[in-house]
Design a protein. Structure first.
Length: 190
């Protein structure tokens, strides 16, 4: 049920998708996910936030690579979410359980001013306000974006969040990380 419907018939809507990976070549997974998001019908203006490492909480696996993609889309929210699910499967995601290691995780965080609550999809994402690894990169892209129905900005949520010290910016300070970062941010425009 959508509490505040927003029709994409009036034009593209800005949406934000969280990306996370802690299995395999995380930078490769991000690049492939971004390339596949770029090819989703009705999608334009794809931008990736700065990236962050975070420790896994309550699960096995390595350190997570996290970021947020901003895009404009004419797809309705449920169809955009279905596209993200297809991309996850195409990149080897087999287990959708909580607290499990993953090759790639794509979460639809915000879709314009739309509020959706269905068994499959919740917008804004149910844990958005609790996750530093989502809020920090989202704040980097859109600090003044409003989180419906609260009317609170992303920057305000970030400021209110306790326990922000578990993030490490991927800044390319070492040569390997620098090359991986450069590779991850190179999205094909074909």
């Amino acid at each position: 049920m959508s509490l505040k419907p927003q029709s994409s018939a009036s034009g593209p809507v800005t949406a934000f998708i969280g990306l996370g990976s802690n299995l395999g070549d995380r930078f490769f997974m991000f690049r492939e996910a971004m390339n596949r998001l770029q090819r989703v019908p009705g999608t334009e203006e794809l931008v990736l936030s700065p990236l962050y490492f975070s420790d896994p909480v309550g699960m096995d696996g390595g350190e997570f690579l996290n970021g947020v993609a901003r895009l404009r889309t004419t797809l309705p929210p449920i169809e955009l979410w279905q596209e993200t699910e297809r991309i996850e499967v195409s990149l080897g995601r087999t287990d959708k359980g909580c607290r499990r290691p993953r090759t790639i995780d794509l979460d639809l965080l915000l879709y314009g001013e739309c509020v959706v609550k269905t068994p499959q999809l919740c917008i804004p994402h149910a844990a958005l306000a609790e996750r530093s690894f989502v809020l920090r990169p989202l704040c980097d892209l859109a600090p003044q974006a409003l989180v419906p129905p609260t009317g609170i900005t992303v920057a305000e949520l970030w400021e209110q969040l306790p326990g922000k010290d578990n993030l490490r910016a991927v800044d390319g300070r070492n040569e390997t990380e620098s090359e991986q970062l450069k590779h991850a941010l190179k999205v094909d425009n074909e």
